[in-house]
Design a binder for this molecule. Structure first.
Ligand code: MSP
Length: 505
């Protein structure tokens, strides 16, 4: 059996319901997964929750619940949010799965056998919000810049993963520089390499004071550090679900956790004896909401479910990926989503579909169905490159070519943008077609063609618009599966219905 394409999100801490930051990475991963599925590839899309550790323990205590009871109570919130956002994952992973716990213990034992685990005394500043020890130079006024809290001084005898030794034995710097294990974007990869050059430290992988965790093998007094347990989720999933998917092809996350994924993770795998490393670690940027870091105290935490209720899943998916380049930091807000809804979606796409279909009915034309489409119930489309060329004739038979990258067809350009995880570039490109489509109405004034009885030109015009809409529908399907499905229905039935109804204030 051929290996499936294995695509992952981070597993999110389940100390609260999911917020829009978690939704961002999950939507992006869903777009990739749907895109590759539409190309006929076998894809396995894994997401889930990180359920052990001090952070969860604290949250459970606050809620007056036992940790397991607490995390169980939050699972439906994640499932509902992902369902509302049309996330089509193949497996939802929970680190409290007993099979996972066993695999993690075996993993640690093997690291130990291979000579990469040692017991040492350690003293350091621990940030519970980050679930990691902090270096002094990372702190601002003695506080963690991400959580605004003072890390606690912790002094324990713990087991350590000998990261320095592993990095040397396996030439980690060169692994990260190689094509075998890609880290992107380039700027972030260089940051990682620079940090390695400044010197690595071994990683404490056990805790004495944290009961809520997987028991350390051969030492009942210690539990396994939550980050080690969490990273291994990607490794246990193929075993637990008996899927031929190892190694991961694309691992998405934000820049906050790239160090764990780009340095500690491959070092652990190599020390374990695993030769096949993940192919790509991709870190996108971090966004603020209304210009501020999202936080409960500021009160600017956006709930994906509220947004879906206001704008619909597809508008949220679109606005988040369109608003700023994937990979860079940015800012979002409800207002920005509303603006995208009104302009790009309502006045842009919705208007084009509506006016085209209305005019087709009025002119009593039977549009030529492009001979391209394979679109299934879930909004997956067939291979877009096998369809027409990506150039469209205007009403007078000249070719309109939507200019994309040098020597590349429009469709190929969009595909290539998704392949290199540049979602905004792909979306901007698709919207060029929508702008051309709407512009055609001003330029060729079809209502005058009707008045002047220019039936042939009118047909030519409407067929062109119709074909553009098919093309848009195919290309947006991974981004906006519901919209693609609705567009297809309307294009086939020729019954117009607003795609993006006006928002109430
Ligand atoms: N549990 C760890 C991950 C373990 S993976 C083996 C963790 N969880 S988390 O709940 O804090 O999620 C962090 C991730 O959530 C980020 O890497 C990113 O994917 C997403 N984001 C959270 N807030 C975000 C923004 N404000 N902006 C962009 N992404 C955001 O770390």
């Amino acid at each position: 059996m051929a290996k499936k394409k294995f695509i992952t999100t981070p597993i999110y801490y389940i100390n609260d319901k999911p917020h829009i930051g978690h939704a961002y990475t999950t939507i992006a991963t869903d777009v990739l997964s749907r895109y590759y599925k539409s190309k006929g590839e076998d894809v396995f899309f894994l997401t889930g929750t990180d359920e052990h550790g001090a952070k969860i323990t604290e949250a459970a205590e606050k809620a007056g619940k036992k940790p397991k009871e607490f995390v169980d109570s939050l699972i439906p919130k994640f499932e509902t949010a992902w369902k509302n956002l049309n996330i089509e994952y193949d497996q939802f992973f929970r680190t409290t799965n007993p099979d996972h716990e066993k695999i993690v213990q075996e993993f640690i034992l093997k690291l130990k056998e291979n000579g990469y685990v040692e017991k040492k005394k350690y003293e350091g500043l621990y940030c519970v919000g980050c679930e990691r020890f902090m270096q002094k130079d990372e702190l601002i006024d003695g506080k963690c810049s991400d959580h605004g809290t003072k890390p606690k001084l912790q002094s324990e005898e713990n087991y350590f993963f000998l990261l320095k030794k592993a990095a040397k034995d396996f030439d980690l710097t060169n692994v990260i520089k190689s094509d075998k294990f890609k880290v992107k974007p380039l700027g972030r990869k260089n940051e990682i390499l620079g940090k390695i050059d400044n010197g690595l430290e071994d990683v404490s992988i056990s805790r004495t004071g944290v009961e809520w965790g997987i028991e350390f093998p051969d030492d009942k007094d210690q539990t396994i550090y939550v980050w080690i347990d969490a990273l291994i989720n990607y490794f246990s999933a193929p075993k637990i679900y008996k899927e031929e998917i190892w190694p991961p092809d694309i691992q998405l996350m934000a820049k906050d956790i790239l160090w764990f994924h780009a340095v500690i993770w491959p070092a652990m795998l190599l020390a374990y004896g695993e030769k096949d490393l993940p192919k790509l670690e991709f870190a996108h940027g971090f966004f603020t909401v209304d210009g501020k870091k999202m936080s409960k105290t500021v009160g600017n935490v956006l709930d994906p479910n509220d947004l879906v209720e206001k704008f619909g899943a597809d508008a949220v998916r679109y606005a988040l990926l369109r608003e700023f380049p994937f990979g860079e930091d940015g800012d979002i807000s409800e207002e920005k989503i509303a603006n995208r809804y009104q302009s790009d979606l309502g006045n842009g796409l919705g208007n084009l579909l509506n006016r085209t279909i209305s005019l087709i009915i009025k002119a009593n034309i039977k549009p030529l169905l492009p001979n391209v489409l394979k679109i299934d119930e879930k909004g997956h489309v067939g291979d877009v490159t096998e369809s027409k060329t990506g150039s469209f004739r205007n009403a007078w038979g000249e070719k309109i070519i939507v200019k994309s990258g040098e020597g590349m067809s429009f469709r190929d350009f969009v595909s290539e943008s998704i392949n290199r995880i540049a979602f905004d570039v792909g979306l901007i490109e698709i919207w060029k077609l929508i702008i051309v489509g709407n512009g055609g109405f001003d330029k060729y004034k079809p209502w005058e063609l009707i008045k002047n009885n220019k039936q042939e030109q009118l047909e030519e015009f409407l067929n062109t618009e119709y074909e553009m809409l098919w093309c848009v529908m195919e290309l947006i399907a991974p981004f906006m599966p519901d919209t693609a499905r609705k567009m297809k229905n309307q294009l086939e039935s020729l019954e117009p219905k607003p795609l993006f109804p006006r928002l109430e204030d």
